[in-house]
Design a binder for this molecule. Structure first.
Ligand code: GDP
Ligand code: MG
Length: 698
C-alpha cells in the first residue's frame, strides 16, 4: 500500500516566533528529525505525515523576515525554496502582526511556487478585538488563508486538507503579483522579455523573481544568470532599469520596491482586518508604551540600573560594617586564644584575613541579588534586552548579546556565556562570548565594593559603582564593535523577543532567588576561595626568614621582609616591572594573578597580605582601612585597579566555559587570553598615566 502514497513536498516559512515550530510539531508529531543545513549551523528540521493517500513531507525553514539574504537564515531559506522546489509553501503568518508578516508573503509569492497562508495566532488577534476575513482574502486576492492556533493544535486538519486540495488543484489560488506601478512595471517587462529568450532560465526559475532581483542587483540572481546565453544583455538592461528607477523615485532601489510592497499590504489589511470588539485594556501594554518609548526607554533603563546600585550600596553599608566588625573581632579573638606561631598566622592571616574579607561583602551581594531579582520577576529585565537590541544594532550586535551580558551582571559570567548559545550566527556568538566577561559579575562585585569603600565617600559609592557599570557596558560594546569591524565581520540577524506581561513579583520568589544566588557565593567562599587562600597564605609565609636578617629590625619591617622574600613575594617582585607603569605594586600583581582562580580571591589575597603585614592585632582594622592607610595606594591607583579588573582575563571556570562554547578551538582561547590581558594593560596605562598628567593621585 505504502508505495501507492502520493508524496507532497511542502515547507514552512515564516517570521521568527510566528508559531512555525508549534505548527510543525502539530503536523508531523514524532515523525521528525533535526539536522543542520550543509556547511552552516542553521538547524534543518524535517518530518512527515500520512493523510489518506498522501504522504506529506514537511521542512521547517529558519524564521526570517524577508528573502533579501542579509543573514545566513535568509540565504538558507531562499536557497532551499529555489533549489529544492517544494510543491507548496505554507507561510505561517502571525495574525496579530499581519502587516509585518505579509511582507515575507509577497516575497515568497514571487518565487513561482504556490503559497498557502497558515493564519496563526488568531486567538491573540481576537484578544486585540480584531478579525481577519479569510473569505474576502480569497475572493479579492486569491489568497488562501487557513486560521490556526498552533499552540492549541487548532486548525491543523483544515490546513492539511487545504494543502492536499491545492496540490490537486481543487482550490484555485493565485500568487500575489504586486502592482509596482506603470513605470516600474515597464522596466520589469523589458527585463522579463529578455529572460524569456533563454528557455533554460524560464524552466528553472520564476521569471518575475529573476527580473525584480536583477534590477536590485541581487548577488544570488546575478550568479544564476551568469551562464545564461543572454547574460550580458540581461545585466545591461537590469542595471540600466535599476538606475532609472532609482533616479525617478530618488531613493535606493530596495526602498522603492519595499515602498510599493507596503502600499499593497496596507490596502489589503485595510480591507480584510476588522475591528469587532474593543481591545481589552492591557496594563502591560500601557506600561510598555512608556517604558519602551523611543525617547524614554534608554534613560529609564539607566535609571533602573542606577536605582539598583544606589539601593544595594546605601542599604547594605551598615550590614557590611557589622560583618566586618564581626570578622575583626573574630580575628582578635583567635589571636588571643591561639599561641603565637605558624598556626596562629594560618588562622588569623590566612583564613580569617582572606576568606573573611570576602565574607564581609556577603550582605552587599544579597542586596544586589534582591534588587536584580525584583526587576527580573516584574518582567523588566526582558524589556532591558529589548531596549538594548535597538541600541546594540548600531554596534552591529543584537539584543541577545545583551541578554548574555545581563545574565553575567546578574550573577555570574558562566550562565551568561551559556546563554549565548541561542545566538544563531556563529560570528555574533563569538563576539558575545568575547565581551560578556567584561561585565561586573557577582564575583567582581566585592573587589569594587572594597576599593570604592576604601577610597570614596559613602555618598559617592553608588555613583562610582554606576559609572563602573556603565564603563563595563561601553567597553563591551566598543570591543564588540571592533571585533565586528575586523576579524568577525557580518551583519547581525534580526530577532524578535517575546515580552512577558508585567507581573507583581512575590516577595517569596525574590527572596528565594536572592538566597539561591547568595548561597552560591557562600559556598564558593567555603571551597575554592578557602583553598586558594590557604595556598596564597602558604606561599607568602614560606620560606621562613630568620636569623640576622630580621633580628635587628622592627617587627613591622620584619613582616614586610618576610613577605618580600616568600615564594609569592618573589613572584610579585618579578611582576613589578610589568605593572609599575600602570601604577600597581607587587601586592596588587599577586592579587590579580590569584584572582584568576576566582575573582573574589583578589579580595581574599589582599586580605591575607595585609593581615600578614600587620603586627599589632590590637589595632586590627578592616581591609578597606588598611588599603586606605597604605601609601602604595591612592584614588587614581584604585580606579585603575578596578578598570584592570573589569577587563583582564576572566576566572578559570569562565575561561573553560568560553573554550567549550566557542567550539573548543585553541585559537579562540589564545585570542581571548591575549586580547583581554593586552586591553587591560593598555587601557589601565592610559587611565593611570593620563590621570597623573592631569594631576590626580599625587
Ligand atoms: P517559531 O519561532 O515560529 O518556531 O514559533 P514557536 O512555535 O516557537 O512559537 C512561539 C511562541 O508562540 C510559543 O510560546 C508558542 O507557544 C506560541 N504560539 C504558537 N502559536 C500560537 C497561537 O496560535 N496562539 C498563541 N497565543 N500562541 C502561540
Ligand atoms: Mg522555531
Amino acid at each position: 500500500m505504502k508505495n501507492n502514497l502520493k508524496e507532497i513536498k511542502i515547507c514552512l516559512a515564516g517570521n521568527p516566533n510566528c508559531g512555525k515550530s508549534s505548527l510543525f510539531n502539530n503536523l508531523t508529531g514524532l515523525h521528525q528529525h533535526v539536522g543542520n543545513y550543509p556547511g552552516v549551523t542553521v538547524e534543518k528540521k524535517e518530518g512527515s505525515l500520512v493523510k489518506g493517500n498522501y504522504k506529506i513531507n514537511v521542512v521547517d525553514l529558519p524564521g526570517i523576515y524577508s528573502l533579501s539574504a542579509s543573514s545566513e537564515d535568509e540565504i538558507v531559506a531562499r536557497n532551499f525554496i529555489i533549489e529544492q522546489k517544494p510543491d507548496l509553501i505554507v507561510d505561517v503568518v502571525d495574525a496579530s502582526n499581519f502587516e509585518r508578516n505579509l511582507y515575507l508573503y509577497t516575497q515568497l509569492s514571487e518565487l513561482g511556487i504556490k503559497v498557502i497562508i497558515a493564519l496563526n495566532m488568531i486567538d491573540v488577534l481576537k484578544n486585540k478585538g480584531q478579525e481577519i476575513d479569510c473569505g474576502l482574502l480569497m475572493k479579492s486576492y486569491g489568497i488562501l488563508a487557513v486560521p490556526t492556533i498552533a499552540n492549541k493544535n487548532k486548525g491543523t486538519e483544515e490546513l492539511i486538507k487545504s494543502v492536499i486540495d491545492v496540490y490537486e488543484n481543487k482550490i484555485d489560488i493565485k500568487n500575489t503579483k504586486i502592482d509596482y506601478g506603470d513605470f516600474i512595471s515597464g522596466h520589469l517587462q523589458k527585463v522579463e522579455s529578455i529572460i524569456y529568450k533563454d528557455i533554460l532560465l524560464v524552466a528553472k526559475y520564476s521569471v518575475r523573481y529573476l527580473a525584480v532581483n536583477l534590477i536590485k542587483k541581487d548577488k544570488f540572481v546575478l550568479e544564476k544568470i551568469e551562464k545564461s546565453t543572454v547574460s550580458e544583455e540581461l545585466k545591461k538592461q537590469g542595471f540600466e532599469s535599476g538606475d532609472n528607477i532609482s533616479d525617478k523615485f530618488s531613493d535606493s532601489i530596495d526602498s522603492v520596491f519595499a515602498d510599493k510592497i507596503y502600499t499593497w499590504i496596507h490596502s489589503v489589511s485595510a480591507i480584510v482586518i476588522r475591528t469587532v470588539a474593543k481591545s481589552k485594556y492591557d496594563v502591560s501594554d500601557a506600561i510598555d508604551r512608556i517604558v519602551l518609548n523611543r525617547i524614554f526607554a534608554l534613560p529609564i533603563f539607566a535609571f533602573v540600573m542606577y536605582a539598583i546600585f544606589k539601593f544595594t550600596f546605601t542599604l547594605s553599608a551598615p550590614f557590611v560594617g557589622w560583618f566586618e566588625s564581626g570578622i575583626e573581632f573574630l580575628s582578635g579573638y583567635a589571636d588571643k586564644i591561639i599561641p603565637e606561631g605558624v598556626f596562629q598566622s594560618f588562622v588569623v592571616d590566612g583564613i580569617i584575613g582572606g576568606v573573611g574579607g570576602v565574607l564581609g561583602f556577603f550582605p552587599l551581594i544579597l542586596f544586589m541579588f534582591f534588587a536584580i531579582a525584583f526587576f527580573e520577576d516584574t518582567g523588566y529585565m526582558a524589556r532591558a534586552v529589548f531596549i538594548m537590541d535597538k541600541f546594540m544594532r548600531k554596534f552591529g550586535l543584537h539584543g541577545k548579546s545583551f541578554a548574555s551580558m545581563i545574565v553575567s551582571t546578574n550573577g555570574c559570567a558562566v550562565p551568561g556565556l551559556m546563554a549565548a548559545r541561542t545566538i544563531e550566527s556563529e560570528k555574533d556568538r563569538l563576539i558575545t562570548l568575547m565581551v560578556t566577561p567584561f561585565m561586573i559579575c557577582g564575583a567582581k562585585l566585592p573587589i569594587f565594593a572594597l576599593f570604592i569603600g576604601a577610597f570614596f565617600s559613602a555618598k559617592d559609592g553608588a555613583n562610582v559603582m554606576f559609572i563602573m557599570y556603565v564603563l563595563s557596558v561601553i567597553l563591551a560594546l566598543g570591543a564588540a564593535w571592533i571585533l565586528k569591524k575586523t576579524i568577525l565581520k557580518g551583519k547581525p540577524a534580526y530577532f524578535i523577543m517575546e515580552l512577558p506581561p508585567y507581573r507583581m513579583p512575590s516577595l517569596k520568589g525574590i527572596l528565594l532567588k536572592m538566597w539561591e544566588r547568595g548561597f552560591l557565593y557562600l559556598k564558593k567562599a567555603g571551597t575554592i576561595i578557602l583553598l586558594v587562600t590557604i595556598l596564597i597564605w602558604a606561599g607568602l609565609s614560606f620560606p621562613k626568614m630568620g636569623g640576622e636578617k630580621v633580628d635587628n629590625v622592627s617587627e613591622e619591617k620584619a613582616a614586610s621582609i618576610q613577605i618580600e622574600q616568600s615564594y609569592i613575594g618573589k613572584l610579585g617582585n618579578l611582576l613589578e616591572p610589568i605593572i609599575q607603569p600602570i601604577g600597581f605594586d607587587g601586592k596588587a600583581g599577586i592579587a590579580l594573578i590569584s584572582g584568576l582562580a576566582a575573582k573574589e580571591v583578589v579580595v581574599s589575597t589582599l586580605g591575607t597580605i595585609y593581615s600578614l603585614g600587620e603586627v599589632d592585632p590590637e589595632d586590627a582594622s578592616s581591609l578597606s582601612e588598611k588599603l586606605q592607610q597604605d601609601p602604595d595606594w591612592n584614588k587614581l591607583k584604585a580606579v585603575t585597579f578596578l578598570i584592570f579588573c573589569l577587563i583582564y582575563l576572566p576566572c578559570i571556570v569562565a575561561v573553560a566555559v568560553f573554550f567549550r562554547e566557542s567550539g573548543s578551538k585553541i585559537k579562540w582561547l589564545l585570542f581571548l587570553t591575549f586580547w583581554t590581558t593586552a586591553a587591560a594593560w593598555v587601557i589601565s596605562f592610559i587611565v593611570y598615566q593620563g590621570g597623573r598628567l592631569l594631576g590626580f593621585g599625587g
